[in-house]
Design a protein around this ligand. Structure first.
Ligand SMILES: [Zn+2]
Length: 407
């Protein structure tokens, strides 16, 4: 890859200007590189060529004025829905315009349907689409499929993971309404066979025979992911009796269990989130669970999910860390993803932090007003501008040459 980047750089240099694009004067937040300050970012051959305090603008064919904006690695959303699920969305319609350049479909496809998912969605999307494969062979097709333990085959699932290892980053178990641990245990068995983490989305009502403590401490492995962390029907992080973070949640975190936001339409509750955040129990990873309902009802896209975390006390830098390098690590894709270090593919997002009065909503249809909102202004995928809300890369039509082409 390094050699390829060098070749591309050399090719571009022959044209006189080594950089295709220069993003100037933005406040770069790249926690993986320890950068939190104003920098210029040069892109060449689809990759990050240089990040520095000042880069000669005559070396670039295209300039983007990013003064007053934040520039971050493209966000990595590890819980989205773009296949199989009844509320699935189109990746390119929903991710790139909110700063997410990589999304992980959370269990839409199982081993029976993964080839189709790959052919019809993954390979056709400009957004980088990765996947957690459902332990159910038919994937997320509804209760009659998702409750069928006979279709939860760890060996076949692991085989599909090995076949599609370039895009499958883990296993998902979801929506199992039966009792006991079968669905979760089968998913973990597949995870063990293929060497990948498991994301868990279940219910812990008394009649399920499952408890949060047992799940977090006895069943889940280090690196496995509890999504919907602020939904108290799925995992009890906050004690219903004293409002304190449960000691077993802290213990599980200490052992390496990952707590993921998985915002969604039904899984972000102010009473849980405010208490957990006030006690410092932040989600390890910020993700959307974006689907047909959550995109409208709770507006759970990445930029909004980050804004809500900031409303509850998280700094922007921390939020970017939990939306870039941390999720990339959790899915085993760091440093390939989640950073803007030189040589990496140029997945980049530009944001404006707007001031004003903004309404944020939870799953119980309650609102909380905040005074700032993060909004995606531009996103680049592999060095190409995918979304440009303010036309930063567009020349004025009255003065531009007729054939000026966007990078
Ligand atoms: Zn989901």
């Amino acid at each position: 890859m390094k050699r390829l980047a060098a070749l591309l750089l050399a090719g571009a240099a022959l044209w006189g200007q080594p950089y295709d694009l220069l993003i100037q004067g933005g406040h770069v937040i790249d926690p993986a590189s320890g950068i939190d300050g104003v920098r210029d970012v040069a892109v060449a051959g689809g990759r990050i060529a240089r990040v520095a305090s000042s880069i000669d603008q005559t070396q670039a064919r295209k300039l983007i004025d990013a003064r007053g904006l934040y520039v971050t690695p493209g966000l990595v959303d590890i819980h989205a829905h773009v296949f199989g699920y009844s509320g699935s969305l189109l990746a390119d319609d929903t991710a790139l315009l909110t700063g997410a350049t990589t999304i992980v479909d959370a269990g839409g496809a199982g081993w029976r349907t993964f080839d189709e998912f790959r052919r019809t969605v993954i390979e056709r999307s400009r957004t980088r689409v990765l996947a957690l494969i459902n332990i159910v062979g038919w994937g997320m097709l509804g209760p009659e499929y998702e409750d069928n333990v006979d279709d939860m085959d760890p060996a076949k699932t692991a085989e599909a993971i090995r076949k599609h290892r370039d895009v499958i980053v883990g296993v998902k178990t979801a929506h199992f309404s039966g009792t006991g641990w079968t669905a979760i245990r089968r998913a973990i068995e597949a995870g063990k066979l293929a060497g990948v983490p498991v994301m868990i989305d279940d219910k812990i009502f008394t009649n399920t025979g499952r408890t949060s403590r047992e799940k977090l401490l006895d069943i889940m492995r280090p690196g496995d992911i509890q999504t919907h962390v602020f939904n108290d029907r799925q995992v009890e992080i906050i004690s219903r009796f004293d409002g304190k973070v449960q000691p077993y949640a802290l213990e599980a975190r200490g052992r390496g269990v990952i707590f993921d936001l998985g915002h969604g339409a039904g899984s972000f509750l102010w009473p849980v989130a405010t208490r957990a955040m006030a006690q410092g129990f932040y989600p390890d990873t910020i993700s959307t669970d974006l689907h047909a309902t959550s995109i409208l009802a709770t507006e759970s896209d990445m930029a909004n999910a980050i804004s809500k975390m900031m409303l509850l006390g998280m700094s922007l830098r921390e939020a970017i860390e939990r939306s870039t390098v941390r999720p990339a690590q959790v899915i085993g894709r760091y440093p390939e993803l989640g950073t803007m270090s030189e040589g990496r593919e140029a997945d980049i997002a530009l944001f404006e932090l707007r001031r004003g009065v903004f309404a944020y909503k939870d799953a119980w249809k309650k609102k909380m007003l905040g005074t700032q909102r993060l909004e995606c202004i531009m996103s680049l995928r592999a060095g190409r501008i995918a979304f440009d809300a303010k036309g930063l890369a567009f020349p004025d039509w009255r003065t531009a040459g007729a054939y000026e082409v966007l990078p």
